[in-house]
Design a protein. Structure first.
Length: 278
């Protein structure tokens, strides 16, 4: 079976209102790794006056002002900020945003009020359930929004294309396990919509997770074939796999491809691939 992404994910994306509770303010940081930019999610229970902000994004004062302007336009204030993971395009502005809002910031390993798998976050009547989804990074979290049958996935599942396993912090076995968790969540109807960290909303969550699982299996098979074709005996097997498997990938994302290759080789037990991710 070939990994073909759901066609709805190819649409252009500019953010905006998505569900009854979720609105995306798109950060002005588009690029090969960030797609249209980082999705900062403002979550607000209908009629409530306290909002949850997920991933305030890069340290860009104009973007933070836009987030606060949207919250104020709803007659609300920010009651809590939470992070899907610590990469700068999602979390760089967290400290500054805390100063601007006076609201706490919660994440993995962020102090006494750490988020853990199964934690339930409630603010302004809004309920979020924490789902640990390591693999892209060791600290990656997703957040289930039961009121909208939605899941905020950070970089674990994107709205367009596939994500990088950011070796050495990211780890492929953990990522595959996380995809299995998401398969279970999307397979029973608990989650029907994905609100990703980059790219458009995914209206068919189960189809996208299935695509991700098939894509990972196909890539591993391609890497095995590349190793059998001689990549394993080269001075740098990462570059050997890159040339054989990722030749069609734009050079602008080769640094990310190298991280994923290192994660794949580590998963397959190939030694000598613990160098830098880029």
């Amino acid at each position: 079976m070939s990994a073909v992404p759901p066609p709805s994910t190819t649409a252009a994306w500019a953010g905006g209102a998505v569900t009854a509770r979720a609105h995306c303010v798109l950060a002005p940081n588009p690029g090969p790794m960030t797609l249209d930019g980082t999705n900062t999610w403002v979550l607000l229970e209908p009629g409530a006056t306290e909002a949850v902000v997920v991933d305030p994004g890069p340290l860009d004062e104009g973007h933070l002002a836009a987030v606060l302007e949207h919250v104020a336009s709803r007659g609300a204030r920010v009651g809590l900020t939470i992070l899907t993971h610590g990469h700068h395009d999602h979390a760089e502005s967290a400290d500054r945003f805390a100063v601007l809002t006076g609201a706490p910031v919660r994440a993995v390993g962020n102090g006494h009020d750490d988020l853990h798998d199964g934690s339930v976050v409630t603010t302004g009547g809004l309920e979020l359930r924490v789902v640990a989804t390591p693999g892209h990074t060791s600290d990656s979290l997703s957040f289930a929004l039961p009121g909208d049958h939605a899941l905020l996935t950070g970089d674990t599942v994107l709205g367009r294309g596939t994500t990088v396993v950011a070796h050495p912090d990211g780890e492929l076995a953990a990522y595959l396990d996380s995809l299995e968790r998401l398969r279970a969540l999307t397979g029973d109807g608990e989650v029907t919509t994905i609100l990703p960290g980059h790219g458009p909303v995914v209206p068919d969550a189960a189809a996208m997770v299935a695509f991700y699982r098939v894509h990972r299996a196909e890539r591993l098979d391609q890497v095995r074939d590349a190793l059998a074709d001689g990549a394993a005996s080269e001075d740098d097997p990462v570059e050997g796999v890159l040339r054989r498997v990722y030749a069609e990938v734009p050079e602008s994302v080769w640094p990310a491809a190298r991280m994923s290759i290192r994660a794949q080789l580590d998963y397959l037990g190939v030694t000598g691939v613990s160098g830098p991710g880029a």
